[in-house]
Design a protein around this ligand. Structure first.
Ligand code: HEM
Length: 358
């Protein structure tokens, strides 16, 4: 039987020979080999390979989300690819441990060889951030992060700043959710009534709980605070003011859709969107975890020394971990969830549209 394809072997297919020739410790070049430099190079290369795979998956999700309509089958593909990114991220966080088998003293043996190179110059990491939709990046030394990258890579990374990011495409997709513009259901009006009923019940519960005066007053204050928070999303102008001030990033229309998806996530048509929003939160959370883990490791290796790239070291990294989040709105959204028992009923006509019948 003739084979349609020529035979291949493991080494040739995977280019193992080339791959294993790519580790060139500076210590060997300078005639002062340092044992731990090999690990340092291998682990960075492994990270870059995983970044490559994340970009590959992310590009596919972006392509699907850039379409005017997303078919249910494609939602499944998006979810599977995001799930893969999430699993890779877990490895990214976990393998910091391998690097920590190198002690700070071992690191000092070759650290001077590296200046001014830094992970800050990882073009693939910056592309992932931009493609996800990171904005308002922290800077240090008043320099645009692009300037730190190798000149050849700068145009590719710059281009990802103006391409539609996952955040932007997701916002558009949420705005298209049919539920919020369905004539039979005025979501905000019904939700406001439901929230008011819930707040009334909570006030009653606090007043009849037999709490001491100080505790009662603290609970009531918290309730008033919640009422003001709710007002800020019920009122379109107030929401837009907060959005301009940077408290919210999503448009109010997109935020409404995300809220509806969470509240009514059990409805058959909302299950896939709910899974997707949850996965995006996981992706964001996992990168934050990686940033914190990496900052902790840098602290352990450097103490208060500055980074090879010129930042304040672990302090910069911690601050970036706090600030460099893309989907914070989805986290803040939980403030506005109320229990299922208090949710407004979806009208039957609309319910029929969002259920599958066999
Ligand atoms: C001994 C190990 C390491 C130390 C001490 C360290 C330290 C640092 C420091 C201090 C910075 C801030 C920029 C600077 O001043 O250089 C930085 C940035 C960065 N490092 Fe590392 N790093 C280490 C290993 C790694 C590894 C294995 C990776 C994997 C790719 C990595 C990826 C990054 C990235 C992506 C940034 C930019 C982070 C941002 O700007 O938010 N680092 N690193």
């Amino acid at each position: 039987m003739s084979r349609p394809y020529p035979p291949v072997d493991y080494t040739g297919y995977l280019k193992v020979d080339q791959l294993t020739q790519l580790q060139k410790p500076k210590g060997e070049e300078y005639g002062t080999p340092v044992h731990d430099e090999m690990l340092f190079i291998v682990i960075h290369q492994v990270y870059e390979l995983w970044f490559k795979q994340i970009l590959f998956e992310l590009d596919s999700v972006l392509e699907i989300f850039s379409r005017d309509r997303i078919a249910e089958q494609d939602m499944l593909h998006c979810s599977s690819r995001l799930e893969r990114i999430i699993e890779i991220q877990k490895i990214l966080v976990d393998q910091v441990k391998v690097l920590e088998t190198m002690t700070p003293m071992d690191f000092l043996e070759f650290r001077d060889f590296l200046v001014p190179a830094s992970g800050f110059q990882s073009a693939q990491f910056r592309q992932i951030e931009n493609k996800l939709g990171l904005i308002n990046r922290l800077t240090y030394n008043n320099k645009d992060y692009i300037e730190s990258l190798c000149p050849m890579q700068q145009p590719t990374v710059r281009a990802t700043e103006s391409e539609p990011s996952l955040f932007t495409l997701l916002e558009k997709w949420l705005e298209r959710t049919p539920l919020i513009s369905d004539g039979s259901f005025d979501f905000w009006k019904s939700y406001k009534e439901a929230v008011e009923a819930r707040q009334k019940d909570s006030r009653e519960a606090i007043k009849t709980a037999g709490l001491d005066k100080a505790t009662e007053s603290s609970h009531l204050k918290n309730l008033e605070h919640m009422e003001r928070s709710f007002e800020s999303i019920f009122d379109k102008n107030e929401y837009e003011k907060l959005q301009k001030e940077g408290h919210w990033r999503l448009s109010r229309k997109a935020l409404s859709a995300a809220l509806i998806i969470h509240l009514y996530r059990e409805e058959p048509l909302l299950q896939a969107p709910f899974r997707l929003l949850t996965q995006l939160q996981n992706v964001d959370e996992n990168f934050t975890q990686w940033r914190h883990r990496h900052a902790q490791m840098a602290h352990r290796m450097l103490g208060a020394k500055m980074g090879t790239g010129g930042s304040s070291g672990h302090k910069y990294l911690r601050a970036a971990g706090e600030r460099h989040k893309v989907f914070s709105d989805f986290f803040n959204l939980a403030t506005f969830f109320i229990p299922k028992s208090h949710l407004p009923e979806i009208p039957q006509s609309l319910k029929a549209k969002i259920q599958f019948r066999y």
